[in-house]
Write a protein of this length. Structure first.
Lengths: 225, 178
């Protein structure tokens, strides 16, 4: 009959520890071997040569970029971006120099752009007085053919109602006849004196030398007749 | 083109400020003589009437030739000097659209007006030799103009006159008084 195991257990375990030397466990051994192998391989491996043999394009073709991009939190990325620093590094002149502005303009649908413009709002922001101040009114008026204007508009009747009557008209004709006779006498005197036409001064320098002075000076000193 | 349009339009327009010619000046001067003489006659008649009403005696300046001459000279001096100094034109010159300005074209003052009035008779005397400068001188200046450093220019706004004429002949213009 065998003795109960409880009576013989402790001496068996002690005997086993004495008989078995301290051998590493298999997994630890495998780990150690693997580390040594990897180290040897890595030391022996030419990484550059390995990378040179990789077809990056083919690799990228196998990557689903949409899926990658979808995983990126753009907002967070932008929030971390220093836009000012980025822009300060951009050579804007060089960038603009590379842009074909004419080509861009040709592609713009101007009608569509104009249709979106609120003209009333634009006009409301215009300083009309400043624009008028920049207009050369004298030059503008000088370019108007007043005779034609009166002939083609109702302006004639307005002027007629506000001006003198028969006496004024007679006076105009008498004066005009006087000027005509003056010219007749001047022509003959120039012919007798053998003066070339156009060589005589037309009038005093202050009255004919500049454009505005004749009317202004005469009106300032007593008004026109 | 009618005669009136020919007269007012064309070369006449734009002559404001140019030297006035002999005809306009002489006709204006003649008008001034007539006007000044008419005003003198009215003045003499008024004084004669006033004197007879106040004193009861009839007084005729024609009987006092020296006095009449002095009055005429003083009156003519005032007539021309005052009007030239104030506006550059007498009544006759205003009618014919001319005025006196300095040789440079500026308004004249009392000094130039006075010199011009004093030397005007010298131009007229001796058969009007002093007036020949209006025809032969480059700036159409007579002797009294040279003395007073003045000249005579057109002050008449022919352009406005032409506009008035065009307006009156516009078919759309209603007749005056309508």
């Amino acid at each position: 009959m065998r003795a109960p195991s409880g009576a013989t257990g402790a001496p068996d375990a002690a005997r086993r520890r004495v008989m078995t030397p301290s051998v590493p466990r298999p997994d630890r051994l495998a780990q150690a071997i693997a580390e040594q192998v990897v180290k040897v391989v890595v030391d022996a491996l030419d990484i550059n040569a390995l990378l040179a043999r990789i077809d990056v394009s083919a690799l990228l073709d196998r990557v689903d970029m949409n899926e990658v991009v979808a995983k990126i939190d753009i907002d967070e990325l932008v929030a971390r971006l220093d836009v000012d620093a980025l822009i300060s590094r951009v050579d804007v002149d060089a960038l603009i120099g590379r842009v074909d502005v004419n080509h861009i303009i040709e592609r713009v649908d101007v009608d569509q752009v104009v249709a979106r413009v609120d003209v009333d709002q634009v006009v409301a922001r215009v300083d009309v007085e400043a624009v008028v101040d920049r207009v050369n009114v004298d030059k503008l008026i000088a370019s108007v053919d007043i005779d034609k204007l009166i002939e083609q508009t109702e302006l004639g009747s307005i002027i007629a109602r506000s001006t003198t009557g028969v006496a004024g008209e007679v006076l105009d004709v008498v004066r005009a006849q006087g000027v005509g006779l003056d010219d007749f006498v001047a022509r003959w005197s120039a012919r007798i004196l053998r003066r070339k036409p156009g060589t005589l001064p037309l009038g005093p320098p202050l009255l004919v030398g500049r454009t505005k002075e004749p009317v202004a000076a005469i009106e300032a000193s007593g008004g026109t007749t | 083109m009618t005669n009136v349009e020919q007269a007012i339009g064309g070369p006449v327009v734009g002559r404001q400020g140019n030297y006035a010619g002999a005809v306009s000046r002489l006709v204006a001067f003649a008008a001034d003589i007539g006007i000044s003489w008419g005003l003198y006659s009215l003045g003499v008649a008024g004084v004669t009437l006033f004197t007879s009403l106040v004193s009861g005696h009839s007084f005729s300046i024609a009987k006092h030739r020296l006095l009449a001459l002095v009055v005429v000279v003083v009156w003519e001096f005032i007539y021309f000097t005052y009007q030239w100094a104030v506006s550059g034109k007498t009544l006759g010159m205003a009618i014919f659209g001319i005025k006196v300005v300095s040789a440079e074209g500026a308004p004249i003052g009392f000094k130039a007006a006075t010199i011009r009035t004093i030397t005007l008779p010298i131009s007229i005397f001796f058969f009007g030799i002093g007036l020949i400068g209006i025809i032969v001188q480059r700036e159409r200046r007579a002797f009294h103009d040279l003395c007073a450093h003045t000249c005579v220019v057109y002050a008449w706004d022919a352009r406005a006159a032409r506009l008035r004429w065009l307006a009156k002949n516009d078919p759309a213009t209603p007749a005056h008084g309508s």
